[in-house]
Design a protein around this ligand. Structure first.
Ligand SMILES: [Zn+2]
Length: 287
């Protein structure tokens, strides 16, 4: 029995997201944004689809509607798809990949000098200001290393402004990852995008004080976030906050199905940290 959907029905939220993504992908923009809520907009968009397909227009994703959608590339998942992926042990932790050490990320993405302004002058508690490269060859590390790339796969994600801003060595891997997610029909899982390059310490565990500090080198400071190197990005923040159990597979905003393809490309998932960070993906291997 396929996953049927309707307003007020016992819907699997990830299936609502998948249906909303399908409607948007075929150009029915009445669906609005991917939010996992089968509300009036999704119902209206479903009616549009039914009219367009010559079906009775009742706004319910029933068997006839699913069959028409299938003809347009919508996949009918097996009944046990979500139950087979339940709980916090899905997905399993990769055995050949780990979060990069400070030495390895500095070796790959190169060392930068940075300082921290007094608290009253910085946008958030962990923010830093990056200056030149540690070896003195670059006066502006950010200008030399950080680039912006288009990411068409994020066009339906809230908070996405058209470009991913990241390290130039991370860019091809991030682009490949979004392509892999698209091939695997997983883009409906990405509801929001919260950015990649953000110069800052790790959240809640960093040493910074109210006074800020003078110049330091990234190679000497392991408490910096990988976002400082432009080698990590965050998605679906509100359902996968730092220190919380990431949304389970099938629930709103779950990122768990995305992890397998990420690991294959050497990208580690924050949900596998001891302090879970399910929104976070970071490049751990550059080959
Ligand atoms: Zn992050």
């Amino acid at each position: 029995m396929p996953f049927r959907l309707s307003r007020g029905g016992p819907n699997v939220i990830a299936e609502v997201q998948r249906w909303q993504y399908f409607l948007l992908r075929i150009g029915i923009h009445q669906a609005g944004l991917i939010d996992g809520d089968f509300g009036m907009k999704t119902e209206l968009a479903t009616k549009f689809f039914q009219v367009q397909s010559g079906l009775t227009s009742n706004g319910k994703v029933n068997d006839q509607t699913l069959q028409k959608a299938q003809e347009l590339g919508y996949t009918i998942l097996p009944d046990d798809y979500y139950s087979a992926r339940e709980g916090n042990s899905f997905p399993p932790e990769p055995n050949n990949l780990e979060s990069p050490s400070n030495a390895s990320r500095n070796a790959v993405f190169t060392c930068f000098k940075f300082r921290q302004r007094p608290r009253a002058q910085r946008p958030d508690a962990e923010a830093i200001v990056i200056k030149g490269s540690c070896d003195g060859s670059l006066s502006d590390w950010t200008a030399a290393k950080i680039i912006e790339i288009p990411m068409p796969q994020l066009k339906f994600a809230r908070g996405f402004n058209g470009r991913v801003r990241c390290h130039k060595l991370a860019a091809p891997i991030i682009a490949q990852l979004f392509e892999a997610w698209e091939r695997a029909e997983l883009l409906h899982l990405i509801m929001s995008y919260e950015g990649c390059f953000v110069p800052r310490y790790k959240r809640n565990q960093a040493p910074p004080g109210a006074g800020g500090h003078g110049e330091r080198k990234s190679a000497d400071v392991s408490a910096l976030s990988n976002h400082s190197f432009g080698s990590a990005f965050d998605i679906n923040f509100s359902d996968n906050m730092l220190g919380q159990v990431p949304a389970f597979c099938g629930r709103r905003g779950s990122t768990r199905e995305l992890v397998d393809a990420a690991n294959e490309l050497g990208v580690f998932w924050g949900g596998h940290f001891s302090t879970q960070d399910g929104m976070h993906f970071e490049i751990s291997r550059v080959s």
